[in-house]
Design a protein around this ligand. Sequence first.
Ligand code: PMP
Length: 458
Amino acid sequence: MNYQYSGHEAWEQDRQHLIHPFSSLAVNKEEGCTVMAGADGVHVSDAEGNRFYDGIGGLWCVNVGYGRTEIIDAIAQQLRELPFYSAFNNLTNKPASALAAKLAQLAPGPLNHVFFGTGGSIANDSAVRMVHHYFNRIGKPYRKKILSRQNAYHGSTHLTIALTGPVYQHGWDGATDLVHYLSAPHSYRRPEGVSEEGFLDFLIQEMEEAILKLGPDNVAAFIAEPIMGAGGVIVPPEGYHKRTWDLCQKYGLFYISDEVVTAFGRLGHMFASYDKFGIQPDIICTAKGISSGYQPLSATIVSDEIFDVISRPDGAFYHGFTYSCHPAACAAGLKNIEILEREGICERVRKTGPIFQRTLKKLEELDLVGEVRGSHFMMCIENVANKATKQLLPAEANVGKRIAQNCQKRGLIVRPLGHLNIMSPPLILNEAQIEEIGDITHKAIVATMDDLTREGLL
Ligand code: PMP
């Protein structure tokens, strides 16, 4: 295929030796990979010099865009001063302390304590460790179960693949006895004949029944992305956040908000759970946009209540990683947040995000597009064979991948995910660029429809 560069040296080395994250390794071996080599602003370029709009923001993360010399300089300066030092026990460093203080200031309410890691899985893994530790310390060691949801994506460590919905557990034995899965709040795919309000009532009733069946004293927490990302950009029905939060209050469950994708401007706010959806989580887990991908970094931000227990003098909380509090990563995070604030990127996203949404929404006029959903710079196109029945195309049609390939040929990277295409670009796109991305996507879907029709798949 002409959009990949199978002859490139990097690809040959890759094919022989590199195990790709979250990929079909067999397909890669056969088809080759695009060798990404450069980036500027909202664009990336491959090793052949082809330039693309980065429709996926690296992987939902390059919020402030590429080529930010300020962040690069802050990292370089920190590397010169102190490239690394442990933060175990009584050691600390300036960027980590400053970033913890900054996050405590930005995070809502009593979320004043920050545990740093290197990615979203680590952030969620750490949240569950803290919650379990909390209940052990207060003498309720039986309170361990976590409520999660079908279609959730919370990570890929042994613990977090269990929190992640069963869709992604193929070939794994996650610690699933720890987790109870509720239905995804997926309105588009709700049972036929059920209204949106009826569906919301069902979801809430299902959650309450699950808590009662498991026994409230056995359930530690509910974990939820404000908008599900990798599960298909699922925006819950209006009122869902508040009502699930209310149930957590009623039965004493901690509410863990997985804001790995949704924080730092992607939905027009620093933290969507509180600022957009009006709930006060007990823990916010975040990563990605915290450093705009310039360094691996995550934060688990916990409430005073949890911290007060896990920091009691009568025991220790043994959990942490060599690179927790990495000075260069924290320096990148600090500078990134400074840019987000100085350039008013959240305010800007509250204006340009709806334009991006409206532009993509127009794709629903195409026969292949069942629904365009999402919010601001977190969007998804659901492709179907039949709009009325919402029936999917056969898996071998590879519709998401074909559309992604047709976009790439026209200068845009979008993410294929089964029959879906996901978009999560840098947050600094201007209106003209948004228009062009909409245009390219439209043309790519039309071309895909033509191909599928010609091949008898549509
Ligand atoms: N939570 C969510 C909501 C995510 O989208 C992701 C990754 N896409 C993760 C957790 C895991 O993050 P990481 O891949 O950095 O471990």
